[in-house]
Design a protein around this ligand. Structure first.
Ligand code: 5AD
Ligand code: SF4
Length: 442
């Protein structure tokens, strides 16, 4: 009789960094001989990779971990792991609350997962691994990427900024940069596997190399990656407006493969709120940075993150946020209601804004930004854009892909055959808030 193949199910929440970590977990599980399944009810190992940036994420994840209780009751052999930011934040507390969880893996243990799991399978002694001082900064080993052509490449871990609303520095530790050689080697290996599009990841990519005392190391890294044969598109996120240098903007302007999209979260328009957020720039400085970007890269797509309802935010402060949104004309924006994160300085600030006020501000902000997004898409109509095909859309006989600046494009297949990662030129003829449509021209 042949032995049944062991299976794993990964459930990911949160940002691109988590998605990247999940690809490393998948790689380690496959090295151990596990095969992926979508249904966690039938998996031998279940890993939930968690986020704690806002309370809403934590609530959703707690519900999912709760669902796993019945799975463990039915099959006590199943291994339940909880990893990522919420695991790091709550530690043993999370296991006490959810005793069905066998292993808890903090954010510094991504590379050690295989060893931790092997040890657990040998003695069935679980527990929490939450030491943040391990300071791992190089990734080795295999990973199983979600996309067949687009790869996440972490270039640094952690954050030193301590924006007063943000939990990230507490759960991901201080900034550690990966070596240029290690990053380049990973990208070259991915190119050999057919990857074309690369997103360099870090909480604050403009600080790359500062932990070794270097300045402008990020701009040099961009130029180095641009020269790797086979690399077709380079993106990076997230930039901090305070640390974004002219050297980086120049690198984007001059390098063929670096896409002309800039994700620069401004968070709030009022300089007083920005000061209390500890962001290190004023409204005027932010707008000056946007001018600099537009001077070097006139057709740049600028995107952002915005928080409404930071403690003490008045209607006048909020108007400043709307003013920035109007003046910059962002191509798109992620908009968030301020969420109180215990342990951060803002959680203790007076004048927390009531939820109905926050919701009303968010609605006004989103309505304004939707107009911007539509306008940005409308000015693309009539142009022919380069699209990397992603796959069939939900509509029959229509494919979807993205432009260099990340705009979603739909076009009819007609009698052609497409594959994921293929470059297609599309003449755009219609614009909506979330996407554009057109016809393939060759
Ligand atoms: N509440 C709301 N949004 C937050 N973000 C970070 N912390 C919070 C919080 N406490 C947002 C910021 C950041 C994005 C990733 O999440 O806008 O840029
Ligand atoms: Fe959080 Fe600010 Fe660091 Fe971004 S830069 S992860 S918002 S502390």
């Amino acid at each position: 009789m042949t032995e049944k193949t062991k299976t794993y199910c990964l459930i990911n929440y949160g940002c691109q960094m988590n998605e990247s970590d999940t690809e490393h977990y998948a790689g380690q599980l496959e090295e151990m001989g596990y095969a992926p399944v979508d249904d966690f009810h039938i998996a031998d190992v279940i890993l939930v990779n968690t986020c704690c940036v806002r309370e809403s994420a934590e609530k959703k994840i707690a519900g999912k971990i709760g669902e796993l209780k019945a799975v463990k009751t039915k099959n006590s052999d199943v291994v339940i792991c909880v990893a990522g930011c919420m695991a790091q934040k709550d530690g043993e507390k999370l296991i006490k609350k959810h005793p069905q969880v066998d292993l808890l893996l903090g954010t510094a243990y991504v590379n050690d997962f295989k060893q931790v799991l092997q040890d657990y399978l040998a003695d069935r002694k679980g527990g929490a691994y939450t030491d943040l001082t391990i300071h791992q900064s190089e990734f080795e080993g295999r990973m199983v990427r979600q996309s067949p052509f687009a790869a996440w490449i972490p270039i640094m871990y952690g954050c030193n900024n301590f924006c007063t609303y943000c939990i990230v520095p507490y759960v991901r530790g201080r900034e550690r940069s990966r070596s240029v050689e290690n990053i380049v080697a990973e990208i070259e290996a991915a190119v050999r596997d057919g990857y074309k599009e690369f997103t360099l990841l870090g909480q604050n990519v403009n600080s790359y190399g500062k932990d070794w005392g270097e300045t402008d190391a990020f701009a040099r890294l961009l130029r180095r990656v641009d020269k790797i044969p086979g690399v077709e598109r380079i993106h990076y996120m997230t930039s901090h407006p305070r640390d974004m240098s002219e050297e980086v903007v120049k690198a984007v302007a001059e390098c063929e493969h670096i896409c002309e999209n800039f994700h620069v979260p401004f968070q709030a328009g009022s300089s007083e709120i920005l000061r209390r957020m500890n962001r290190g720039y004023s409204k005027e400085k932010y707008l000056a940075l946007i001018d600099l970007i537009r001077r070097y890269v006139p057709d740049a797509a600028i995107t952002t993150d915005i928080i409404v309802g930071f403690p003490g935010e008045t209607e006048e402060d909020f108007e400043e946020t709307l003013d920035v949104v109007r003046r910059v004309g962002f191509a798109s924006a992620f908009t968030f209601i301020y969420s109180k994160r215990s342990g951060t300085p803002a959680a203790k600030m007076e004048n927390q804004v009531p939820l109905p006020v926050k919701k009303e501000r968010l609605n006004r902000l989103m309505a304004l930004q939707n107009e911007n997004s539509l306008r940005y898409h409308q000015q693309l109509v009539g142009k022919t854009v380069e699209v990397l095909a992603e796959g069939p859309s939900r509509q029959a006989d229509v494919w979807a892909g993205r432009t260099r600046t990340g705009v979603l494009v739909l076009w009819p297949v007609e009698d052609k055959k497409y594959e994921a990662g293929q470059k297609v030129r599309v003449l755009l003829d219609a614009a909506q808030t979330w996407l554009v449509k057109g016809k393939a021209v060759d």
